[in-house]
Unconditional design. Sequence first.
Length: 88
Amino acid sequence: MSTYYAVTDHNGPISVKIEAYSVDDAVSWFLDQDAAFSADARIDAEDDYGFCGAEMTSEEFAETLESLGLRIVCRNICGNHLWDLWQV
């Protein structure tokens, strides 16, 4: 099992933690529940890694995730917003 974060910028960064066996499983699980996440404004990555993304641009947020060793495994997942999937 791997840890993933679905990340978008909707009035600030939103990140949703996903535990899944593959990228496909993570995307599928995420799309089944996408509408709730954009309304919820979750900050799972910030909570898990101890940083505040509230004032960051989407580029700064991505740079922070990269500096923590995460990597993008899927871009532009279409849900209520465009999301990128990052893997730990």
